[in-house]
Design a protein around this ligand. Sequence first.
Ligand code: WTA
Length: 650
Amino acid sequence: MSDKHDAIDDLLLERRKFPPTESFKKDAHVVGTHLYDEANTDYEAFWARQAAELVEWTEPWHTVCEWELPFAKWFIGGKLNVSWNCLDRHVLAGRGDKVALHFEGEPGDTRTVTYAALLDEVQRFANVLKGLGVGRGDRVNIYLPMIPEAAVAMLACARIGAAHSVVFGGFSSQALADRINDAEAKVLVTADGGWRRGEVFPLKPQADEALRDTPSITAVVVVRRGGIEVPMTRGRDHWWHDLMAGADPVCPAEPMDAEQLLFLLYTSGTTGKPKGIMHTTGGYLTHVTYTHKYVFDIHPETDVYWCTADVGWVTGHSYIVYGPLSNGATQVMYEGVPNHPGNDRMWQIVEKYGVTIFYTAPTAIRTYMKWGIEEPAKHDLSSLRLLGSVGEPINPEAWMWYHEHIGGGRCPIVDTWWQTETGGIMISPLPGATTTKPGSATFPLPGVGAEVLDDEGRIVTKGGGYLTLTHPWPGMLRGIWGDPQRYTDTYWSRFAGRYFAGDGAKLDDEGYLWLLGRVDDVMNVSGHRISTTEVESALVSHPSVAEAAVVGANDATTGQAIIAYVTLVGGASADEQDLRNHVAREIGAIAKPKTIYFTPDLPKTRSGKIMRRLLRDVAEGRNLGDTTTLADASVVNELQKRAAEAPTED
Ligand code: WTA
């Protein structure tokens, strides 16, 4: 056990290592340390080279970076168009017939969209938006299912210099109204409904509910996807297909200033009003193109890439729309849930399209673990060559399961740490160059500076603390829409001159970074600051456990006591005492949960993050606060009932 005074104690030790294989290295973009060496010498010059090589500009920049803490500008004076970089340049280079999107609808319908077809739709829709009065600097709200029209609408905004604000289709009408009003959006793009678990979920009725109280919206465009009957308000609402049929097919891409607002994306956080995170044009496109190319080792001629995120999240923005299309990749886009019609839907899709690169979230991986290895075993997954993970710390056992049962033991795994605010991946292995360890995101990418600090802001070289970023990067947020003070307070005031990500992290004796979750998720047990992630990983390493959520609840003797919520692998059984002893063996007696609740499911946000705040409320017997971002509220109600009944034991 490490020293008591660490900001966060470092308890779990993982010794397994996976160097890149010779066969992967043979064709990898990066195998040595040259990118790191170059970036360490001069990170601005490094990013400038990426911007010049990976992105096409209509006018060069005169200043690489202007840094007036905490406000950064990149590639000042440069002009470019994001949609031109994602579409026109590939078509002009003779790749118009290359598939951009293999769309797979949940009911099994498919669409193959080439780069030329996508460019055509984007130009038409850009003209539709212009016809509705949208121009440079305006905001457009997008509330759509996972269908190609989502990408078309986003790229059409980029083409004419309007900023989009995408709201995840699973959000309520209230959440939509709040976001429309904060952004003062002019136009809303939505659909009648989308497919989810074999049924159509209505979107237009939700949108109508929101639109009762959104004075800035002057027009609504509705995609017909679900085929359900929906009310249309005359003069305001238009069918997508009607407007597209009459639209001029030519809309030249207008050169945009590098710092033109590209999009707003709202993050809910745990409390308070959602923050409209601002991303701009040149730096963001450089960052996502660079990271998508090197982290996923993209070879656009041969790879079939699939990111399972929704376009409503930043992962969908950066690694479904902008990164992959800028790199000219071919990708799969899937509309629905992973268990319709069967628990093997994802693996069936991998086999069908010959997916080579698969990028998903730990919460999904743990769900697949729960469903059992028979599901992936039904399909030929031999096309896969690289796997990725994002969104939460990946527990070492989930990493191993992913490696063995999805990757067939041959695929490197890139565990990518980043945030809505960072715009693109910041900490990750480079798959041909980095020896990975299960559960570690390894090292900052070339061009990124990250350090772990203790409570007093001193640099930690081994052990736990707070993750900070030491210098600006091109994809960084430019602020919070309408609230510069909140931007400074949230990210730049905890540690002088540094970006504070809100995450805990530790460094091991070889300098590997291990993410420990949000710092609000650190427990204080008898003076030891223990990360919920490490206790969860210890629980998940037990063969019967599929998923675990750990929280600290107030405790008269120890300050906080560790309470665990555990979901077992399908068909397995486990005894509370046995699991407590297992944790003691893995990381030490101090980390033994005081109480373990067994539950078939854990409360999660709609993007799959465990809502520990709610579990803390449950454990401390409080009334539940805001549950609007919860994916399935019945899970917490059930846990609450049981917490009230169960005696706690020691
Ligand atoms: C967490 C998602 C550990 C982290 C791209 C971060 C991770 C928050 C990882 C941002 C990872 C994301 N390992 N934790 N590989 N990736 N996180 O804004 O707590 O939805 O601060 O962006 O997710 O979530 P967001």
